[in-house]
Design a protein around this ligand. Sequence first.
Ligand code: CP
Length: 329
Amino acid sequence: SPHLLSVDSLNRDSVNHLLRVAAQMEPIAQRRQITRVLEGAVLGNLFFEASTRTRVSFHTAFCRLGGSVCDTTGFTFSSMAKGESLYDTSRVMSGYCDAIVMRHPDQGSVAEFAAATNVPVINGGDGPGEHPSQALLDIYTIDKEFQRLGKSFSGAHILMTGDLKYGRTVHSLIKLLSLYDPLRITLVSPPGLEMPTALIDLVTSRGHQVEVRDHLATDFSDLDVVYTTRIQKERFTEEMNENFQGISDDFMVNKAFLDQRCTDSTIIMHPLPRDSRAGANDLNVDLNGDPRLAIFRQTDNGISMRMAIFATLLQVDTLIEKDLRPVRW
Ligand code: CP
């Protein structure tokens, strides 16, 4: 398939290929070199749900490869506000664009859109479904951080915490991690927000050790990665929202948690946005100056990985090396 709709279409070889191409993209992402391999290509960047990172980094990545971008944000600026179907929108956009990134609040909607076109479509997040490019940039980040720290994936201990039910980033990430050598994965979520059982069963069937716990006040001595997520209240049912009392401090990743439960080489990740409003307990700002906090290294890595995804889907990945030039500004 020319699309990237789910990490299910990836295997260890294709992930490794994307990691290699992303590493090649770093001088471009860091604005030391330029390439024009996608000169003349147009990206349709269709976001029917709020986004900062995914929307802007896909846009930037396409421009840094020499392409141009047109976008729509929200339903108001698309003729879907007038009742146009995903099918018709897809057929129309295919005539205008060479690749499409789409985010939509309904799970499965990006796949429905992609079924109507042969132009590569990338899922930028479909409701609580998947967010494959985020999981790829997360794996790229873990790989880079492990190399820096002299660690490997084999036997690594990864804690995932927060809203594991509606967090699409962790749904994609746990599946990608399951392609690696056996890992220890610990899952901690507030009541009612547990990781779907089908995903736990999949990961266990691939030989990984999965442990489910109901709070963070546990004697973790050997965590390599803490991956925390925001509580996705926008996806709660009406009944859940009425009964929601907030999240207790048992689920807060903060300086005290790091000092008591982590090591000097534990890395702290979050797909962002983190919720900075009072009562939100996903990732405390008291960690902002801590070098173990990898969240902004993740966002930077997102540009290289998204360039790698475009270059691979549009089959210009082998041309990059010869096309590199120094920047002139
Ligand atoms: N991580 C992520 O998807 O962030 P945005 O919602 O800002 O795109």
